[in-house]
Design a binder for this molecule. Structure first.
Ligand code: GLN
Length: 380
């Protein structure tokens, strides 16, 4: 049925960040970096604020940013998008909302892969859609044809997925992408791909968009986020890319959600997307070093972590670390008793949750990570 907002709790991310503020904890819960962000991009936004128009930009986005997104994906992912196929939004969350409101009609089924980001389900249900959840399990989180077939029906019209995956740090394997593409083509599904973590991959692993798979160019909505690419999560500049007939519908939903997005931020993001490839490599290397620092510290303290090759997150396996608590209890206890906030993985399952994993965010300064490790070592 329809979700009732009156009965809905505050998101786990805001809940944990509020607890972290109240308790003065180190916040390894909600995913955001603690660095100020790339100084040249911040400067460009400040300059644009003072020297360029601060009135409504074009509804679908500044032409400079739409062109920059298209060129960026041509260079980094081999896509052939035109600027007209890019609609700028106020963050990826708006892009997800606009896409679902524009495309999902009452009774349409939407396939989801759990663990899933918590915004997906309420938005699908408010649009009148029905979520069909494929439940994935650790440590492989592997997607199989049998699981897709068991969840889908002739009423299934969409696949909504996240790749690379928050909270697991998985990057979908080539054969999984091929499987999903074949599945969408055979069943005439539209794929809605939340790819906000596309640049945050490590160990030489690269992200490949589902849109580039055979038959997917015309049936994919690809969603991206400057907040993640440039470590500026508060900016809320995102975009959605789709072939013209779909993009037209997406723009109609966007016009009645936020209409436009602050023009100075769009301008600075457009400049940022044109940075040389080496800039993105260096950014990845920095986060990889942070991941390695947190993993090494926690491993030395006796914790066992699942491998993470993407995002800003790594998962602690509680029973394998010798901890006899479920994820929710562990997160409540460490925020109050150790002064560290984290996110329980069960929050990413609508039902039948995996309850033995806890997500930690590693996009933090070295001394912050070291202090968090010391506190967690002391707690156990
Ligand atoms: N994407 C962020 C995370 O997973 C949360 C963003 C939000 O709270 N809206 O931590």
């Amino acid at each position: 049925g329809h979700p009732v907002y009156r009965d809905m709790p505050t998101t786990i991310f805001e809940h944990m960040s509020a607890l972290a503020r109240e308790t003065g904890s180190i916040n390894l819960g909600q995913g955001f970096p603690d660095a100020p962000g790339p100084p040249d991009i911040l400067n460009m936004a400040a300059q644009a604020l003072l020297t360029r128009s601060n009135q409504y930009p074009p509804m679908a986005g500044l032409p400079e940013l739409r062109a920059a997104v298209a060129s960026h994906y041509a260079l980094h992912q081999g896509l052939d998008l035109t600027p007209q196929e890019v609609i700028v939004t106020s963050g990826a969350t708006e892009a997800i909302a606009a896409t679902l409101l524009a495309l999902v009609q009452p009774g349409h089924e939407v396939l989801l892969l759990a663990p899933l980001y918590d915004a997906y389900l309420p938005l699908i249900e408010r649009a009148g859609g029905v979520a069909k959840v494929v439940r994935l399990t650790p440590p492989e989180w592997r997607i199989t044809q049998a699981a897709l077939e068991a969840a889908a029906s002739p009423r299934t019209r969409f696949l909504l997925m996240n790749n690379p995956v928050n909270p697991t740090g998985i990057v979908l394997r080539e054969e999984e992408l091929a499987l999903l593409a074949r599945f969408c083509v055979e069943r005439d599904l539209i794929a809605i791909c939340d790819e906000v973590w596309e640049h945050l991959t490590y160990d030489g692993v690269r992200h490949h968009p589902l849109m580039a798979q055979p038959g997917m160019r015309e049936r994919t909505v690809k969603i991206g986020s400057a907040g993640k690419i440039f470590s500026l999560t508060g900016w809320k500049v995102g975009w959605m890319c789709a072939a013209p007939p779909v993009a037209t519908l997406l723009a109609r939903a966007h016009q009645f959600l936020t209409f436009t997005t602050p023009p100075n931020l769009q301008w600075a993001v457009a400049k940022g997307l044109a940075k040389p490839v080496e800039w993105f490599d260096a950014m990845r290397a920095d986060y990889q070093a942070s991941r390695d620092r947190l993993v090494a510290g926690l491993t030395k303290a006796g914790f066992l972590l699942l491998p993470s090759q993407a995002t800003w997150f790594v998962c602690v396996d509680l029973p394998a670390s010798g901890i006899a608590m479920d994820d929710a209890e562990f997160c409540e206890r460490i925020v109050h008793e150790a002064g560290v906030a984290a996110i329980p993985i069960s929050a990413f399952y609508p039902d039948d949750p995996v309850t033995h994993l806890v997500r930690l965010c590693f996009s933090k300064a070295d001394d912050v990570l070291d202090e968090a490790v010391a506190r967690l070592a002391e707690f156990r």
